[in-house]
Design a binder for this molecule. Structure first.
Ligand code: SF4
Ligand code: SF4
Length: 393
């Protein structure tokens, strides 16, 4: 089914990095940091697990949110499942999948701890099993935890989110954050490192690395070596990442990949030829070409009805565009515009409601102040019913 869904087939090119061991780049000046753990007998309960995640300062690489905050928020909902995310559906990127292949048992153990603390019996690890070029065998179970393989076209991350049905609430935690949670529970280690894939057609030794947070990009490139002079350095995924020019840019928890390419962006200017490829490929069923045209013309109102806010920022429309238009950038521009406008409307509405509430409160306060002066029986509305209130002088 997924094979015939929208999206695009991409060569994954994960092999070079995935087939090598994960290398640790140690910062000699910064020793490993430990925290004072809470008292735990047996397996940690929810409160203890949240305390551990908080003290270990674990941040989830998939959304940049503190793990403690995510666990607390999850405890306030009726959850159906807890899921470890190792989908890594963008070409070259395998920093989550690499962690599952090399530290799978620790990830599975931490996932079970989360499920146990949240009292949820359904949990699994998700991994992307692209059908074109991934030859590394993914396990179907790690330490009794089921590994669900997501097949089919890019993007797959949104299909992972819809697993078990969109109406079923689930907590999705990045595989790397789970490994840090395991280390925090067992060794009281504070998260000071992050996992990234260093790859691309200019990298001499593509691999997955564990780096101190804040390592500059140039140190990573020096370590892996450059076979060719790159024309483009990308932080993040090859489809959704950002091109950088400053090699001193620090790597953080959400970076996930440093990619070096030799394929200078051709600065040609073509117009949309109306081929409709972006429409056919968009996994969200949007019409990126129309949104693009509205934004270029500055007509945001028109783009609103085209549902730009439903864009998942996968970059597929840009990838397939034969005119080499940065369609996804314009869709994202429209999305940000509407989200900001929506927030502004909500803020304005809140202010209006607050003003009205204060006006009512002020009116009642003045009324009772006046009534107190003369005393007597007054009527006021309570829960829609008129009630008599006796005010003493
Ligand atoms: S419009 Fe958004 S969701 Fe659709 S292909 Fe482009 S980036 Fe992806
Ligand atoms: S893929 Fe490019 S050229 Fe084709 S319709 Fe979309 S924006 Fe226009």
């Amino acid at each position: 089914m997924a094979l015939f869904s929208k999206g695009i087939v991409l060569e994954q090119r994960k092999e070079p990095a995935l087939s090598r061991e994960i290398v640790q780049l140690i910062n000699e000046e910064k020793p490993e940091l430990l925290f004072i753990p809470p008292e735990v007998e047996g397996t940690p309960d929810l409160e203890q697990l949240i305390t551990i995640a908080e003290r270990a300062m674990i941040v989830d690489e998939r959304d940049g949110r503190p793990l403690a905050e995510k666990l607390y928020a999850a405890s306030q909902k009726q959850l159906f499942a807890v899921v470890a995310d190792a989908v890594d559906d963008e070409p070259y990127v395998s920093s989550q999948l690499g962690v599952v292949l090399h530290h799978g048992e620790s990830v599975a153990e931490a996932l079970k701890l989360c499920a146990n603390a949240l009292d949820i019996s359904k949990y699994c690890i998700l991994a992307y099993k692209n059908v074109t070029d991934l030859t590394i065998k993914l396990p179907s179970r790690i330490n009794t935890v089921k590994v669900i393989h997501i097949y089919g076209k890019y993007p797959a991350e949104n299909r992972a989110e819809a697993l078990f049905g969109t109406h079923q609430k689930k907590l999705i935690i990045g595989a790397n954050a789970l490994l840090h949670l395991y280390r925090a529970v067992k060794e009281y280690r504070i998260q000071t490192t992050c996992f990234v894939t260093v790859s691309g057609n200019c990298i001499a030794n593509a691999r997955n690395m564990e780096l101190p947070i804040g390592t500059p990009v140039k140190d990573v490139l020096d370590f892996c070596g450059l076979a060719l002079d790159p024309s483009r350095i990308v932080l993040g995924g090859s489809m959704t990442g950002q091109t950088i020019t400053d090699l001193d840019t620090p790597i953080d928890v959400t970076t996930r990949a440093v990619l070096a390419f030799e394929d200078a962006a051709v600065l040609r200017k073509f117009n949309c030829i109306g081929c409709g490829r972006c429409v056919t490929a968009c996994p969200q069923g949007l019409t990126p070409t129309l949104i693009y045209k509205h934004v270029v013309a500055g007509k945001y109102d028109g783009a609103e009805i085209l549902d730009a806010t439903h864009c998942i920022e996968c970059g597929t429309c840009t990838y397939v565009c034969p005119s080499e238009l940065d369609v996804s950038a314009k869709v994202l521009q429209a999305k940000k515009y509407f989200l900001a406008t929506e927030q502004e409307h909500i803020a304005q509405k809140d202010k209006l409601l607050e003003n009205r509430r204060y006006a009512w409160e002020r009116m009642f306060r003045d009324f009772f102040a006046a009534a107190k002066k003369i005393g007597g029986l007054f009527s006021k509305k309570s829960s829609g019913k008129a009630v008599k209130v006796k005010v003493k002088k």
